[in-house]
Design a protein around this ligand. Structure first.
Ligand code: SAM
Ligand code: CA
Length: 247
């Protein structure tokens, strides 16, 4: 018979898995949040897209349901209308955005992979919010470079969610800080990088976790001293750093 001690050890093991959707120290507590606050109130399209994505081989990339709920609430709190997302995958975070912003709100959504977005698109269409999403296939950096050249784009975004190639986050930040409005928000995702930001140098990390960890550490340091923003690092999902532009 499994003892409480066995159960605790199993939980501790699951927590170390890459892609575990919470950094909370107790799976039971995370489950409690999901079952009490998230699942009962989840929009049916969000659930449908989550279930569809769960069958995809790269499903560890998707935003967690509690983070989706958090983003959805945040967009409403700040009355976001003009938004951007870098890193779309099957479209879970853009759907959370699209359901929160007004009918004439916009999401510029960029990803190098269109196929995955097309998997989720029928669900987004059925929810009646696909018209808000302007999907651009390709690397985000050149698009941002073009955008910063035009004065009209400066300070034009209410919210920008970055959830893509971690080795480019600082490059994105240099451009996004021009594009977000003063008082607007940039959210950088995965800033606790599976907890590896505090792993000892000799910790047995997967190759890609170790590779990107240095970039995440560098980003976190840079954001912490950037005088143009106020920041708040939240242990939601894999860690999200909320940056509010102040100048
Ligand atoms: N936000 C998504 C969601 O809620 O499901 C998850 C995004 S997933 C973690 C990261 C995505 O970034 C992948 O779909 C990948 O194709 C995309 N990506 C990687 N490098 C990119 C780049 N240079 N420009 C744009 N997208 C990129
Ligand atoms: Ca993420």
């Amino acid at each position: 018979m499994a003892t409480n001690e066995d159960q605790k050890q199993t939980e501790a093991g699951r927590h170390q898995e890459v892609g575990h959707k919470s950094l909370l120290q107790s799976d039971a507590l995370y489950q409690y949040i999901l079952e009490t606050s998230v699942y009962p109130r989840e929009h049916e399209a969000m659930k449908e897209l989550r279930d569809l994505t769960a069958k995809h081989p790269w499903n560890i990339m998707t935003t967690s349901a509690d983070e989706g709920q958090f983003l959805n609430m945040l967009f409403k709190l700040i009355n976001a209308k003009n938004t951007m997302e870098i890193g779309v995958y099957t479209g879970y975070s853009p759907l959370a955005t699209a359901l929160a912003i007004p009918d004439d709100g916009k999401i510029l959504a960029m990803d190098v992979n269109k196929e995955n977005y097309e998997l989720g698109l029928p669900v987004i269409k059925k929810a009646g919010v696909a018209h808000k999403i302007d999907f651009r296939e390709g690397p985000a950096l050149p698009v941002l470079d073009e955008m910063v050249k035009a004065e009209k784009n400066h300070g034009s975004y209410d919210f920008i969610f970055v959830d893509a190639d971690k080795d480019n986050y600082l490059n994105y930040h240099k451009r996004l800080i021009e594009l977000v409005k003063v008082g607007g928000v940039i959210g950088y995702d995965n800033t606790l990088w599976n907890g590896s930001v505090v792993a000892p140098p000799d910790a047995p990390l997967r190759k890609y976790v170790r590779y990107y960890r240095d970039f995440v550490l560098e980003l976190n340091k840079a954001l912490a001293v950037d005088p143009r923003i106020e920041i708040c690092m939240l242990p939601v999902g894999d860690g999200i750093t909320i940056c509010r532009r102040i100048k």
